[in-house]
Write a protein that binds this ligand. Structure first.
Ligand code: SP5
Ligand code: ZN
Length: 341
């Protein structure tokens, strides 16, 4: 299985994350990609290539044009205002306030964000673009007839909505992969999101579309980030009605419970008639993840990959979350080994 990896992920190297009322070193940091890359090479995935450079055409089918322009220019606007810290949104258009982008950068940051933990920094847009390139190149590789590819995306993307950043996500890499598969000939595509957190961004992007099925297994939003989306009664709307499926799961969920939910998701994906699969792969479901509350073990990720392979679908794997512990590398490699076998 080919691995798409760009050194440009290192351009996303924020100093701060707002966590528990403190500015801490971000959980989503460059070492994650380095650990994952080392582990997948160690597992025998030696075909590691840099992605091709893409334009923004695919992203523009998913995200609002003004949002992408904001991402590209936000850091320079922030610096021009004389600020010395990182660009952290602090004022949001909450209930009964006006929903429009202000001229002022502080206002624009709040308008285009749904969470304040994620700061925009110099290099963030360039890194997000490189992650998007990985996802697009992986989709092209699979559309060309290869059974699977791994986009080692960093920063992640599944929280990035039509016109919102947050949750360490800026451009929705998995959504870009799904759209590229559609544009290269797949009539129906499924996105399965196994990151611990609900893929609110991917759900938002495809909510009213009937050509992309979205299923997400995640910590119950009553207890977990992103708190305000990912409930079981969200099923899609318009022609997309019935093509969104959420599995909110409780604290302490083990692979036994988790894999039963995945089986249900996969049978719905088969019924939907998906011709290709995009896996939003977060390994923050691991028992020792520092910010999550599932209890998956390293060997469970091999079973997960084997079950995915049994679908027999061309598969693009996009990296999402998974933090703090060296096992994130092994856990990703295990999923890939299950899929490749
Ligand atoms: C891609 C991805 O996994 N993004 C996750 C972003 C989560 N950011 C907010 C985390 C809040 C964590 N609260 C943890 C409470 C632990 N006691
Ligand atoms: Zn996550």
């Amino acid at each position: 299985m080919r691995v798409f990896y760009s050194e440009d992920h290192k351009l996303r190297d924020a100093r701060t994350e707002l966590h528990g009322g403190e500015l801490v070193a971000p959980f989503e940091a460059p070492f994650r990609a380095e650990w994952i890359l080392a582990a997948v090479k160690e597992a025998g995935f030696s075909d590691v290539v840099a992605p091709g450079r893409h334009g923004m055409e695919t992203a523009l089918k998913l995200h609002a044009a003004d949002y992408l322009e904001f991402l590209e220019t936000a850091w320079d606007r922030w610096v021009a205002d004389g600020y010395r810290g990182e660009a952290i949104p602090a004022c949001f258009p909450a209930r009964r306030m006006r929903q429009h982008p202000p001229k002022d950068i502080d206002g624009a940051l709040g308008y285009y964000a749904f969470a304040a933990e994620t700061a925009i920094t110099d290099g963030t847009f360039a890194a997000a673009r490189a992650a998007m390139d990985c996802a697009l190149s992986a989709a092209e590789h699979v559309a060309a007839g290869n059974p699977a590819a791994f986009a080692l995306c960093r920063p992640p993307g599944h929280h990035a909505a039509i016109d919102l950043f947050g949750g360490y996500s800026f451009i929705n890499n998995a959504a870009c992969a799904a759209q590229r598969l559609r544009d290269l000939g797949a009539t129906k595509v499924a996105v399965l999101d196994v990151d611990f957190h609900h893929g609110n961004g991917t759900q938002d992007i495809f909510y009213e579309r009937g050509d992309v099925f979205f299923a997400s297994l995640h910590g119950d939003p009553a207890d977990a980030f992103p708190h305000f989306l990912g409930f079981a009664d969200e099923e899609g709307a318009g022609v997309g009605r019935g093509s969104t499926k959420n599995y909110p799961l409780p604290r302490g969920t083990t692979f036994e419970t988790w894999s039963a939910a995945m089986d249900d998701a996969l049978s719905r994906i088969a019924d939907f008639g998906a011709e290709a699969l995009v896996l939003s792969l977060g390994v923050d479901t691991f028992e020792r993840d520092p910010i999550s509350f599932f209890k998956l073990k390293s060997e469970d990720y091999l079973r997960m990959g084997e079950r995915l392979k049994s679908m027999g679908l061309p598969t693009v794997v996009c990296m999402e979350g998974g933090y703090g512990v060296p096992e994130i590398g092994l856990n990703v490699a295990n999923v890939l080994m299950g899929i490749a076998r």
